[in-house]
Every structure is written in structure tokens, then in C-alpha cells.
Design a protein. Structure first.
Length: 358
């Protein structure tokens, strides 16, 4: 009797599992439907986190999990990548499964369908603006402060000529920039750049002979004037995309340049006369005077952000600054002529670095 009873229990368990198991296999995830306009899907279950999508009314999602008042769902980005997002329960309603109704055996009277009033959209308080800080490390390259200058005057009833030439060169510096998003995709920025460079200069002298006519002695000497620049930038950036790993942007604004540059102050030379009254010269020293140059200019820029997380990204940016100015030449000031020296403090620059978002 005991063996028969055990066998009946085993058969009952097998039949029960065959009846209940299909219901578990065919169980579906619960679904939700967007019920209001301007609903936001965020990267975290937090109203202060970044919004990654705004689905239209009627969009249906499968629920992966429930986190407090937030539904965890899966969405597909513009580049085809499936990511996890969160939507608040006040934006959605539960999507109930449609039950199959057997076909009626006789004609059923059709009644007019009354329109279902749409729920009033609830006002959602947008997140407060976030400060985005950009740190540009040892990647600022600039072509600045180059010029070519030639001065001529009369000496011994002939022409004496002084040439002062400084070439444009790349310089490495440091840049720090802060930004605030006033509205979506529009960022106000302010930053400061520092760079220091020893430039390449060539200085030459054509000197007439005090005793002979048309006996011009010539010599030239290289030198390395110093340049220090503090560049204050401010402006506005327009971010073309708000989602995806690659987010390009363009911008424009102003630049205030405070520079200290070594300008030619004096050429020291030795003059040698020979028995036939001819002469030669040799430049032995070139002396400079540090000159302060301040100029307000304009800048345009374009760049791209490489998003790794919602808080950290790499960026690369190109910028062009327009800032040309005139300063008195220190050497000609000694001759009471005060000729102007045209200096370009602007030029093209490029930088790269890391960007933190708070």
C-alpha cells in the first residue's frame, strides 16, 4: 500500500508541473506606455541626472525592474547601441495585455466609442544648470607675436638700415576653462591660457663709412627674445548633438591678451677701419627691453567631445584668434621718430585634454 501511494503522489506532481510550467514559460515582462508629453528618460533613477531621450506619447517599453518611483527600461540610441535608462512613474501608465474575445454568435449592436480624455501633462521641473569644467593639459599650440620690421635713416648723407625680424613659432602652454549650460546644448564659457616661448629673431645693420662714399658695411646676428602671454577667453559654445559618444560643437567669443615681449632696444657693434679708409662692422651684442602689450581680440572655435561616461570625456579643439596691434619701436624712440611696430598676437591654436561634468 505504501508503494502505491508514493507512486500516485509522483504522478500528481508531474501533472501539476506540466500544467503550471507553461504559464511560467509564457510569462511576459510588464509593459508601460508613455502618457504625457515631454517625458524624460534619464541615465540614473534621479531627477538631477542627465536626460538621454524624450519619447513621444504612446511609446511602449518593457520593464526590466522597478527602482523606487522609477522604471528601469532598455532603449536604443541613435548609433544603434542598447542602453539602460530610467523613467518616472508619473510619466507612464501600465500597459495591460489585450484579452482575446471569442467571436459572437449573433450580431452585436455597435455603440459609438466615446473619446478618452488625455491626461493633463504634469509640469516637470527641469534640472538646474550644471557647471562643466574643462582642463586642457600641455596641449595649447599657438603661432603668435611674429613680425618683420625695417628701419632706415640718414647717416653721413647716406642711408643706414636696421632690420628687426621675429618669426612665428609654435608654443606649448596650459589652459583652464569653465562652462555653464544656460539651456540645452548652449554653453557659456570662460577660461584662461598661459604660454611662454623663446622666439627666433634675426637683427642686421647696414652702416655707411664716415670717410668714404658708398662703402656700406653689413653684419647680422641671431637672438632669442622672450614671449610670455596670458590669454583670457570668453564666449558661447553650441553643442550640435546631445547624445552619443561623439559630440561636436562650435563657438565664438572674445579674447583679452596680456603679453610681455622682448623688443629690440640697441645693437652694439665694433667698427674696424683699414689703411685705405674702408671699414667693416661686427655685431657683438643685441639688447632688449621687455615691453607690455595688451590687446582685445576675437576668437572662433570648433571641437569634439569623446564621451566615456556622463561625467568624464576627452576633447579636442581648434581655435583662431584675431588680435593685431601696433606698439612704438623702442629703438626708433631713441631717434625721436617713434615708428610703429605691427605685431600679431593672435593666430591658430589647437588643444586637447580631459573634461569633467558636475
Amino acid at each position: 500500500m505504501k508503494k502505491k501511494f508514493k507512486g500516485k503522489v509522483l504522478v500528481c506532481l508531474i501533472m501539476a508541473s506540466l500544467i503550471i510550467l507553461p504559464s511560467f514559460i509564457h510569462a511576459q515582462k510588464p509593459k508601460i506606455k508613455v502618457a504625457v508629453e515631454n517625458a524624460s528618460i534619464r541615465i540614473k533613477p534621479d531627477a538631477e541626472s542627465e536626460a538621454i531621450a524624450s519619447p513621444p506619447v504612446g511609446t511602449v517599453f518593457e520593464v526590466e525592474a522597478k527602482v523606487g518611483e522609477w522604471y528601469e527600461i532598455r532603449i536604443r540610441t541613435e548609433v544603434g547601441v542598447s542602453i539602460t535608462g530610467y523613467i518616472h512613474e508619473m510619466f507612464v501608465e501600465i500597459e495591460k495585455p489585450v484579452e482575446k474575445i471569442p467571436a459572437p454568435r449573433e450580431e452585436v449592436k455597435k455603440w459609438p466609442v466615446q473619446p478618452v480624455p488625455k491626461p493633463e501633462p504634469q509640469e516637470v521641473t527641469p534640472p538646474s544648470p550644471r557647471i562643466r569644467a574643462s582642463i586642457k593639459l600641455a596641449g595649447l599650440s599657438s603661432r603668435q607675436a611674429g613680425y618683420d620690421y625695417k628701419y632706415s635713416t640718414t647717416l653721413y648723407n647716406e642711408t643706414m638700415t636696421i632690420t628687426d625680424s621675429v618669426s612665428n613659432q609654435f608654443a606649448l602652454g596650459f589652459n583652464l576653462e569653465l562652462g555653464v549650460f544656460v539651456i540645452k546644448n548652449i554653453e557659456l564659457t570662460a577660461g584662461v591660457s598661459f604660454l611662454s616661448k623663446s622666439l627666433e629673431g634675426v637683427y642686421s645693420l647696414n652702416l655707411p663709412n664716415n670717410y668714404l662714399y658708398n662703402d656700406i658695411a653689413y653684419d647680422e646676428a641671431p637672438a632669442n627674445p622672450n614671449l610670455k602671454v596670458t590669454l583670457i577667453n570668453f564666449g558661447i559654445n553650441f553643442h550640435l548633438l546631445s547624445a552619443g559618444m561623439l559630440r561636436p560643437y562650435i563657438g565664438a567669443g572674445g579674447s583679452y591678451i596680456m603679453a610681455k615681449m622682448d623688443l629690440l632696444d640697441e645693437i652694439i657693434y665694433e667698427e674696424t677701419f683699414y689703411t685705405d679708409y674702408t671699414h667693416t662692422i661686427e655685431i657683438t651684442e643685441v639688447q632688449f627691453v621687455e615691453t607690455k602689450i595688451n590687446k582685445f581680440g576675437f576668437n572662433v572655435r570648433a571641437g569634439i567631445n569623446f564621451e566615456f561616461t556622463s561625467n568624464i570625456s576627452l576633447f579636442a579643439e581648434g581655435r583662431y584668434v584675431v588680435a593685431k596691434t601696433e606698439v612704438p619701436h623702442p629703438l626708433t624712440s631713441k631717434f625721436d621718430e617713434n615708428e610703429k611696430l605691427n605685431i600679431d598676437l593672435g593666430g591658430a591654436s589647437g588643444c586637447f585634454g580631459i573634461r569633467f561634468v558636475f
